[in-house]
Write a protein that binds this ligand. Structure first.
Ligand code: PHE
Length: 354
């Protein structure tokens, strides 16, 4: 019995996992275990021997049973300690840096433009980027044969074979929004429509997709003088420069009469753009008094209503205000460029913040 005891106590002490402990329990105390077999022998003994051996065997059985239970508890504690050590976390470490995105100069400038015109009573209108021939051209007094159609380097959508209707276009300007807005809401109105437009053109100052903001103000007595004031007021506020100089050039657009293109004085020295000085002029917008045919096409009576419209190149404004020399970089998605020229959330120019 002493051998049995020594053997099991030893084996239990050396067991390294619960499965081994269970095997030992079966080997010692199971139905056919060594201690159980010894207990069965009790029946064959004389009553005197049994009285001596019985309590001893019971004590051995209890001892092995509690040794197994104690070892099991010790193994569980060790496993927990190992887990606690392995999953230890230093909550005082600084967190990993997270990269914040930036607001693209075009988005920033669109927000700025919207804020300035909102102060002057203009609300924002929208139209689709894929336009019909009618809204992009005819309704704006540009008939099929008009040279303006060719000049605009239009992208045409595909039509199914045998479908001879005029193809849809990627709108070449935001002017179709004039028609859509007047059709839906009538006169009077004061809206701007900032968004994407498309023309097949590509160089330092032209990309096939770019941005315009259309302006439209219709009422009973709106004049060219109002147009000039609005544009000058806008440029002064937007560029945050009082000495901004604008040049109104007589021009021609089929949808305005009279028409004026507006240039801004700037210099390009050393690859940097500067405003309000220099000998260069950069064209930033087209404008004029809305043509009576355009009003009529939009269901507005030109005998009662009149007003002005303008179309400003948003990307050009961004280049000028933030000194960005190449327009193409706007749409390259180069992260270094975006981090350099991008804006943080809430970075609003102070002159018209709030
Ligand atoms: N739609 C013209 C363009 O894209 C700009 C413009 C708009 C001119 C409104 C006059 C009036 O060039």
């Amino acid at each position: 019995m002493e051998d049995l005891r020594a053997k099991y106590i030893d084996l239990i002490a050396g067991a390294s996992d619960e499965a081994t402990l269970e095997d030992l329990r079966v080997a010692a105390l199971g139905k056919k275990g060594e201690v159980s077999l010894q207990m069965r022998e009790l029946g064959k003994m004389s009553p005197e021997d049994r009285q001596v051996m019985g309590p001893k065997l019971n004590a051995l059985k209890d001892e092995i049973g509690s040794a197994i239970a104690a070892k099991k508890a010790a193994l569980e504690n060790a496993a927990l300690d190992a887990r606690l050590a392995a999953e230890w976390l230093d909550v005082t470490l600084p967190s990993r840096p997270t990269r914040t995105g930036t607001i693209h100069p075009v988005s920033q400038v669109m927000d700025e433009i919207t804020a300035i015109f909102a102060d002057m009573g203009f609300s924002v209108a929208e139209g689709p980027q894929i336009e019909t021939d009618w809204y992009n051209f005819d309704a704006l007094n540009i008939p099929g044969h008009h040279p303006a159609r060719a000049e605009m380097d239009t992208f045409y959508m595909a039509r199914a074979e045998g479908d001879n209707r005029p193809p849809h276009v990627l709108r070449t300007h935001t002017s179709p929004v004039q028609i859509r807005h007047l059709e839906a809401h009538g006169a009077p109105c004061r809206i701007i429509a900032p968004d994407r437009v498309y023309r097949a053109d590509y160089d330092q100052t032209h990309t096939p997709m770019f941005h315009q903001v259309e302006g439209l103000a219709i009422d009973k007595d709106i004049s060219m003088a109002n147009l000039k004031w609005v544009l000058e007021e806008f440029c002064r506020t937007f560029f945050e420069i009082d000495e901004i100089e604008l040049r109104f050039r007589a021009s021609h657009f089929p949808f305005t009469e009279p028409s004026a293109e507006v240039d801004i004085r700037c210099s390009w020295e050393g690859g940097t753009l500067k405003l309000g000085e220099g000998d260069s002029w950069m064209e930033i917008l087209g404008s004029g008094m809305v043509h009576p045919n355009v009003l009529r096409n939009a269901g507005v009576d030109p005998e009662v209503w009149q007003g002005f419209a303008f179309g400003i190149g948003i990307d050009r404004l961004a280049m000028l205000k933030y000194g960005i020399p190449d327009l193409r970089a706007f749409f390259d998605s180069d992260l270094r460029w975006l981090r350099h020229f991008g804006f943080g959330a809430g970075q609003v120019p102070t002159r018209y913040a709030g």
